[in-house]
Design a protein around this ligand. Structure first.
Ligand code: GLU
Length: 300
């Protein structure tokens, strides 16, 4: 049996905080305990929010925590051609269409629909796509694109679901509602998700799935906030014919008032804590991990 492969995949759009420390250390410990590999991946597809100083800080903070990773580190911004290829494959299956509404237009459409009844939201709370771009003719699409109109490439969820069997995954951690064991995926809840945009030829969902497969990741260990995203990931894996890893969604580290930590609050940023004299051992104990990686059970 080849060794299991774990990864920590932060986005360099802010400084790492205690929640990231927990996720990174948990992955690292589980990899060590299983005699597996640990990879670091930089998820920097959003050029407007990702910054080199945040990426440099990720390396510094993780090394300070005592974490080591394999080289080279995969940086998603260097692999746009790969993601584009996958979008083209899905387009070749007739599963992709461009939509041209701006965010403001979408908000307006949702408000119109909500005059009658609440409009459905995805598991992250964002309204499902309310537009009718799916029914534009090929000519209309070509024309809008030729005019330079910005667009998003969406997955035609109905057509995609018609191509796959029922989707389920083995959850080794737990979902936000305590889901565990074999979980039935619910990709439909996401509507026609965006897989790429004119200016960014990929999305979180697409690149995470492609990279996990390319890097041979066997165990995806990440925060519970991403639990229901797994539904979309399973769907893309089936459509693209790539393997499905095992998933373990872990608890989120909260602040004193019970809120999820944010990259913009200084109080729990690792470099802030380091500056105050907090040690890596203190961080381990603050996030509830044993001092010795070999004792980490991953019950989360
Ligand atoms: N890049 C994502 C984040 O920073 C994590 C992706 C994943 O673990 O699947 O939230």
């Amino acid at each position: 049996m080849p060794p299991p492969v774990f990864r920590f995949a932060p986005s360099p759009n802010g400084y790492l905080h205690l929640g990231h420390a927990y996720s990174a250390l948990l992955n690292f410990d589980l990899a060590r305990r299983a005699g597996g590999r640990f990879l670091l991946r930089i998820e920097d597809i959003d050029a407007t929010r990702c910054r080199p100083e945040f990426e440099a800080a990720i390396y510094e903070d993780l090394a300070w925590l005592g974490i080591s990773w394999e080289s080279p580190v995969r940086r998603q911004s260097e692999h746009f051609a790969r993601y584009r290829e996958a979008v083209e494959r899905l387009a070749g299956l007739g599963l992709i269409y461009p939509s041209f509404e701006s965010r403001a237009e979408i908000a307006r459409l949702v408000a119109q629909r909500e005059a009658d009844a609440p409009w459905p939201r995805d598991p992250d709370g964002a309204p499902l796509y309310p537009g009718a771009a799916k029914s534009l003719s090929p000519d209309q699409r070509r024309q809008l694109i030729a005019q330079g109109t910005p667009y998003a490439l969406r997955l035609d969820m109905q057509a995609a679901l018609a191509r796959v069997q029922e989707l389920a995954w083995h959850e080794k951690g737990a979902g936000p509602g305590g889901e565990s064991g074999v979980v039935a995926a619910q990709p439909k809840a996401w509507g026609d998700v965006i897989l790429a945009r004119k200016e960014t030829p990929t999305s979180y969902h697409l690149s995470v799935v492609i990279d996990d497969a390319l890097q041979g990741v066997t165990d995806v260990v990440r925060g519970r906030d991403l639990f229901w995203s797994t539904s979309v990931h399973l769907l893309l894996q089936q459509l693209l014919g790539i393997p499905q890893p095992v998933y373990r969604h872990h608890r989120l580290i909260e602040d004193a008032s019970g809120h999820k930590l944010s990259k913009s609050t200084q109080a729990t940023a690792l470099r802030e804590l380091r500056g105050q004299g907090v040690t890596p051992a203190d961080i381990r104990s603050r996030v509830g991990l044993p001092g010795d990686a070999r004792n980490t059970t991953g019950s989360c």
